[in-house]
Design a protein around this ligand. Structure first.
Ligand SMILES: *Cc1c(COP(=O)(O)O)cnc(C)c1O
Length: 962
């Protein structure tokens, strides 16, 4: 057995211990791997792979690497510059108590946060059960028939609802009516999204304008319920009017309020969206939080984002899997319903657990308390001569404070509290789960004039009625499924969380060799700061002098990422790679418009591109033209040139991925960029593969104009089972003015907001900051080189078993390699999917299946895996190849062998009779028990087709298990 020792410090600077913790390969391991590959040194290997023409001009300029303790100390000092005031700001962001059992066992637990998106259903049953709970919770609270498993934030969810409605209704109008008292950030994102699609947003800023707008021509309308100012409108008659015009009614609704309010599904809403933040996820300066979307049944096949459905496994037992749109962008490309790929799974799991923990009674109690406190607050304010505006309220009051608005705000600040100014002369106050009697008294004190006595809470306490209009009070039941009514003791909750995570394979158990996804170490020291109160408990629209810690974090991280990419400007606002693509394409579009060339709308995309690329281009109003790849997998330059010439007048940009999605450094990338520039286009370099570039080559130097990064790939933010992500958009100098702004959040910009919050998923940025700070320039470069080394080692060792499909002339690959399994189909009937499922028996998550080439597996080991783990994976792959050989030789039938029946559950292996052509112990696939604990999949192979034919996306009734 090969023992791994940390890389000796000799090669590294002082305080660089972390580098050797992050990188799994030590010097002896490196020597061994190089000898297998046949290169003399790491330097020689890298020089033979990375084209000389693109090598970085100079090393990155980053602070020297800090040790874990030192980096945490430094970040703590930065965090202390945030001021944690009591927030009454509302506007979609509320204080919440994350139950301790959920905080520690989900949010801070690598079994949950290091999991990947559940494409491999059999090893993802735990998180998919949590997501089905989420979907059920949303369906029940909104009273809608179907809901997806999270959107990126409320504002983008509202924008997605706009396009979902447009695809789904009969009306051919291009007008979208928006009620003026929606959250300002939602209105802003809708404007950004509507413009490139030719949708006209008609704002209705008063009751009169709303009534008039509803009599006009439109395809859908949006109203907030309760409104951003707190008012609760009876929307029932409006829904009837909208439906009479063959249009859709979209409601943005607060889930906690819906425990007490008539839910939108009961008054005919077509689509309901909102955030689940206040269900246990800290405000975190704006994210990450799971937004939700629910819709009527007829719209379900157009629903964007992920949808978890219930199917059956080979043994006929219920089993979950992603339904319908799984990887739909890869199939439908520019016709995809949306570009959402990475979503907000971890926050969705937390919201669902919050509902499981509290149950319907608990949620109602929390809501009633909030509503009662709001009513008490109103009484006291009335007594002080400040009568809240009429129209009912759940948790938010608005007051017409006219010329004393600023002085009220000032008095609140002096008491470390924030209240919201609304249209200059109004103040809104929002209460939440964390509000105490003292908080209410504090607010009264703020409003009490000289000599006025502060009201007495006890005077209003008895028999207080919430301010919810009687005809809008909810009478229907919700969350009646046993899962929401069982785990209410902490012991029960702890075991439920543990039971679900035990069903899943995450990075805390084995490597996840997913090409393009870069599943590397998410170090604990990187994770620790995200739940520090100074980062977790601040509101995204708090005054800027309370967010100075975040401002510094933003500024430093952007500077470091500029160094890493060679770009001039970066925005951290996009909250997934797909959103970074979208923001980048908007920048290109706005640039062409600024030059009077707004007609440039052609986006060239090679056939090998990730599916989000064409989907994003479509959303940015561009027309996609596909360009070919040659036999070696490279962009076909002749075809690209022909298309550039053909579309020269209208060329907006080309979108490439570098190194390519085929896992090779194309030698002619500089020429490619020059060619596009010659024809007036800009070059978008998809940065998902930056793990092969950091410290070695910079897209901003070799010809890229725009890139997005995936901080949840290259820069250590964990995948969270499918999110959260951060997708910074990076641009060259002349595109800097076109980075996304955020007017509601005080960030100027020619292009509007692309996310609800100015800093997007701000609360996970400390992870990438810690990574860069602890690695420094040399550590980051070593990580890149080791990632390339490990991929080449796997490719070399598996060459005789599974040939690598694409390599450069010298046989080398970049940081990932595509194993070609297609020939096996003819010789043995085995598909790449069979091998993927068989790997589960051996305790591994499969590599990326059938992307970018159908019938292949794309392997990316990353720099963080140890040689021992990489060898264990290789041995499993070789053992599987030997099994295939036995099928090829006729020893096992093509339809009865350990691959076709993989994965094997313990129950199937322990059954009385064993009807198969291979022995049970072969089915179990235990390579070496002493070295690795056996992982037992909870279900057999899941039937995808059955699930899509019988679409069912809520909690399974208990009778199904009988
Ligand atoms: C992951 C990935 C994306 C999309 O990023 P998300 O964060 O999932 O939206 C785009 N392009 C490539 C090549 C990727 O690997």
């Amino acid at each position: 057995m090969l023992m791994q020792s940390a890389r000796p410090l000799g090669e590294l600077e002082n305080h660089a211990e972390f580098i050797a913790r992050h990188i799994g390969i030590d010097e002896a391991g490196e020597q061994h791997m190089l000898s297998v590959i046949g290169e003399a040194s790491r330097r020689a290997l890298i020089d033979s792979i990375v084209p000389r023409s693109i090598a970085r001009a100079a090393p990155m300029q980053l602070p020297p690497p800090a040790g874990e303790a030192e980096a945490l100390r430094e970040l703590k000092a930065m965090a202390a510059k945030n001021k944690v005031f009591k927030s009454f700001l509302g506007q979609g962001y509320h204080g919440t108590h994350t139950p301790g059992v959920i905080l520690r066992n989900v949010l801070e637990n690598p079994a949950w946060y290091t999991a990947y998106t559940p494409y491999q259903a059999e090893i993802s049953q735990g998180r998919m059960e949590a997501l089905v709970n989420f979907q059920t919770m949303v369906c029940d609270l909104t009273a809608m028939p179907i809901a997806n498993a999270s959107m990126l934030d409320e504002a983008t969810a509202a924008a997605e609802a706009m396009t979902l409605a447009r695809r789904s209704v009969k009306s051919r109008s291009n007008v979208f009516v928006v009620a003026g008292d929606c959250h300002p950030q939602t209105i802003e994102v809708i404007h950004t999204r509507a413009e490139p699609l030719g949708i006209k947003v008609l704002m209705a800023n008063s009751a009169d304008e709303w009534a008039r707008a509803l009599e006009g021509d439109y395809f859908a309308v949006l109203a907030q319920y309760p409104a951003t100012s707190g008012r609760i409108d009876d929307l029932r008659a409006d829904v009837v009017a909208v439906h009479a015009r063959q249009a859709a009614f979209v409601v943005a609704a607060d889930l906690l309020a819906l425990t007490l309010l008539v839910p939108p599904g009961e008054f005919g809403a077509d689509i309901v969206v909102g955030t689940t933040q206040r269900f246990g996820m800290p405000m975190g300066a704006g994210g990450p939080h799971a937004a939700y979307m629910a819709c009527r049944d007829e719209f379900k096949r157009n629903l964007p984002g992920r949808l978890v459905g219930v199917s059956v496994d080979t043994h006929g037992n219920p089993a979950y899997r992603l339904a319908l749109q799984t990887r739909e962008q890869h199939i439908r490309r520019e016709k995809a319903t949306s570009n959402i790929c990475t979503a907000q799974v971890l926050p969705a799991v937390i919201a669902s657990m919050y509902a499981v923990y509290h149950g319907p009674q608990g949620l109602k109690r929390i809501a009633q308390r909030v509503a009662s406190f709001t009513a008490i607050l109103a009484k006291g304010l009335e007594q002080l001569g400040h009568e809240p505006r009429p129209g009912g309220a759940f948790d938010t009051l608005s007051l017409h404070t006219k010329d004393i608005t600023e002085s009220i705000v000032g008095r609140a600040r002096a008491l470390h509290a924030n209240v919201r100014v609304y249209f200059k002369e109004y103040i809104c106050i929002s209460l939440d789960e964390t509000t105490t009697r003292d908080d209410v008294a504090l607010l009264w004190k703020v409003f009490a004039g000289d000599g006025q006595a502060v009201p007495d809470f006890g005077a209003f306490d008895k028999g207080i009625e919430p301010m919810i209009p009687p005809q809008l009070r909810r009478t229907s039941a919700f969350l009646t499924h046993p899962v929401f009514n069982t785990h209410h003791s902490e012991t029960g909750m702890l075991r439920y969380i543990r039971a679900l995570s035990d069903k899943d394979l995450a990075l805390d158990r084995s490597m996840i060799p997913l090409g393009s996804c870069t599943m590397k170490l998410n170090a604990t020291s990187e994770m620790i700061p995200i739940t520090w109160p100074e980062f977790a408990h601040v509101h995204p629209f708090a005054p800027s002098d309370q967010l100075e810690g975040y401002a510094e974090l933003d500024q430093q991280l952007r500077a470091w990422l500029c160094e890493a990419t060679g770009y001039a400007g970066i925005s951290l606002q996009p909250n997934a790679g797909s959103q970074g693509e979208y923001a980048g394409l908007l920048a290109i579009r706005a640039f062409h418009e600024s030059k009077g060339e707004g007609h440039r709308n052609i986006c060239l995309i090679p056939s090998s591109a990730h599916g989000t690329n064409p989907a994003s281009a479509q959303m940015a109003g561009m027309q996609v033209v596909v360009t070919a790849c040659d036999d070696s997998g490279n962009v076909d330059l002749a075809d690209l040139q022909a298309k550039c010439e053909q579309h020269a007048d209208k060329l907006a940009c080309v979108m490439i991925t570098y190194p390519s999605t085929h896992g090779v450094f194309e030698m002619q990338v500089k020429e490619l960029c020059a060619l596009v520039h010659q024809h007036g286009g800009r070059v978008y370099v998809d940065g998902a593969n930056m793990n092969a570039l950091v410290g070695v080559a910079a897209p901003g130097e070799f010809g890229g104009d725009v890139s997005h990064l995936n901080l949840h790939k290259t820069f250590c933010i964990p995948h969270g089972g499918g999110g959260p992500g951060v997708g910074p958009v990076c641009v060259v100098e002349d595109l800097v003015p076109f980075l996304p702004g955020h007017h509601a959040g005080g960030v100027p910009g020619k292009v509007g907001a692309v996310s609800a919050a100015p800093l997007g998923n701000a609360a996970v940025l400390p992870i990438s900051w810690m990574y860069c700070r602890m690695m420094g320039a040399e550590g980051l470069k070593l990580a890149t080189e080791t990632a390339i080394l490990s991929a080449n080692y796997i490719s070399a060792r598996l060459r005789d078993h599974y040939p690598t499909l694409y390599a450069s002339a010298n046989g080398h690959v970049a940081h990932e390699c595509i194993l070609d399994l297609r020939p096996l189909k003819d010789t043995s009937g085995v598909t790449a999917e069979d091998v993927a499922k068989r790997l589960i028996d051996y305790g591994f998550h499969a590599p990326t299946l059938s992307f970018p080439v159908p019938g292949t597996l794309m392997v990316e080991p990353t720099e963080s895996e140890t040689l021992e783990e990489i060898d264990r994976f290789i041995e499993a792959m070789i053992a599987i190849r030997q099994e295939i050989r036995r099928i090829e030789q006729g020893e096992w039938p093509q339809d009865d062998n350990p691959l076709k029946h993989a994965p094997h559950t313990a129950a199937a292996l322990l059954k009385g009779e064993w009807p198969h052509a291979y022995p049970r112990e072969t089915g179990a696939a235990v390579l070496d028990e002493r070295r690795h604990a056996k992982y037992w999949p909870p279900v057999g192979r899941v039937d995808n087709v059955y699930g899509d034919r019988n679409l069912f996306c809520s909690c399974v009734p208990m009778s199904a298990y009988e």
